[in-house]
Ligand binder design. Structure first.
Ligand code: BTN
Length: 331
């Protein structure tokens, strides 16, 4: 255990009570200056630690920060976020950092979490709004032994895990193929899956998730205010991000294990039931340009099946659906 972890543990154990610098320094066998420096650091990170020259230190409330010390305590996964958990107060993009780690050989389940991203990325070169303390901005390294054509399955299982996490806090959401999670027609979460492949298949995948938790609609940039929402907006109260991240990681791991064990059909069935696009006439922007048709199903690889006006069926691997899904289609 690092000194930082030991200090956090010691003040957490006595939450609401004063503990002297002397007692901490003796208990942890470090100097009082070391304790003082650690406390200063934790305060700067958002820990509400009071300090008094006479009484010492006191943690008044548990902070809602996504540091490993806060998240790992109640984390029930076996691998995701366990061995390697990288935490940043600020970073350009968690996906960028996770890709570097993956290239260095970091194992499946390695997690990168940030409170704020200065250059959070969405699909198609878009920016992802990532203000401190408002959302979950995370990237996970995966190394599935899947053929490249099954890559879309990854985004599918992640979307299902996000929907189930939101269900757990009473928020009903649906999936706008391929990577958006919507509540009442507004986006609450997005997925950015980036893969490195070779002749043998997938070398690694970095999957980034952005979940709007405590952002108020008025705090989104102007262009997102009519299309975005957050857990707080939907639930009507501030939400502890720590609990949400713990639940999300557990759902992710459960569905990933299912996928790897050959259980994609179950995931696909869920995606079909949660889909906000199947049965709709859509306009889709894909590698083949913009086309129109009716979304009729999602195939076994996770491709969207679109029937054109001539009755031909196209299996679309990736693209952007250009329509506002009907609110009533959330199941
Ligand atoms: C989208 O909807 O276009 C995908 C958004 C993905 C955003 C997340 S936030 C964490 C991770 N790091 C990034 O730079 N992007 C993803």
């Amino acid at each position: 255990m690092t000194i930082r972890e030991a200090v956090i543990r010691a003040i957490r154990e006595r939450q609401g009570q004063w503990v002297s610098g002397e007692a901490l320094s003796q208990g942890l066998n470090v100097s009082r200056t070391t304790i003082w420096k650690q406390i200063k650091m934790l305060q700067s990170e958002g820990y509400a630690i009071e300090s008094s020259p006479k009484k010492g230190y006191r943690l008044s409330i548990f902070p809602d920060i996504l540091s490993p010390e806060e998240v790992k305590g109640g984390l029930q996964t076996s691998a995701f976020g366990q061995e390697h958990y990288f935490y940043f107060r600020e970073i350009d993009s968690t996906n960028n950092y996770a890709k570097q780690l993956a290239a260095e050989g970091y194992a499946e389940g390695t997690l990168v979490v940030a409170e704020k991203q200065s250059a959070g990325r969405g699909r198609r070169g878009r920016q992802w709004h990532s203000e401190p303390g408002q959302g979950i901005f995370m990237s996970l390294i995966l190394r599935p032994k899947l053929p490249v054509k099954e890559l879309s399955r990854i985004t599918m299982f992640i979307a299902v895990a996000i929907v189930e996490t939101l269900n757990g806090v009473g928020i009903k959401s649906g999936i706008k193929w391929p990577n958006d999670v919507l509540v009442n027609g507004r986006k609450i979460a997005g997925i950015l899956t980036e893969a490195v492949t070779d002749m043998d298949g997938i070398e690694y995948i970095v999957t980034g998730i952005g979940l709007n938790v405590n952002t108020l609609i008025k705090d989104f940039p102007e262009e997102f205010r009519s299309i975005a929402t957050s857990v707080q907006e939907e639930a009507g109260c501030v939400f502890p991000r720590v609990e949400l991240l713990q639940a999300l990681l557990l759902h992710l791991e459960k569905h990933y294990q299912k996928l790897i064990a050959g259980g994609f059909n179950e995931i696909l069935e869920k995606v079909r039931n949660l889909s906000l696009v199947i049965g709709h006439d859509i306009k889709i922007d894909s590698v083949n340009g913009i086309s129109n048709g009716r979304a009729i199903d999602i195939d076994n690889n996770g491709f969207l099946m679109v029937r054109d006006a001539m009755g031909n069926i196209h299996h679309v691997m990736s693209g952007e659906i250009l329509f506002k899904p009907n609110k009533k289609t959330v199941k």
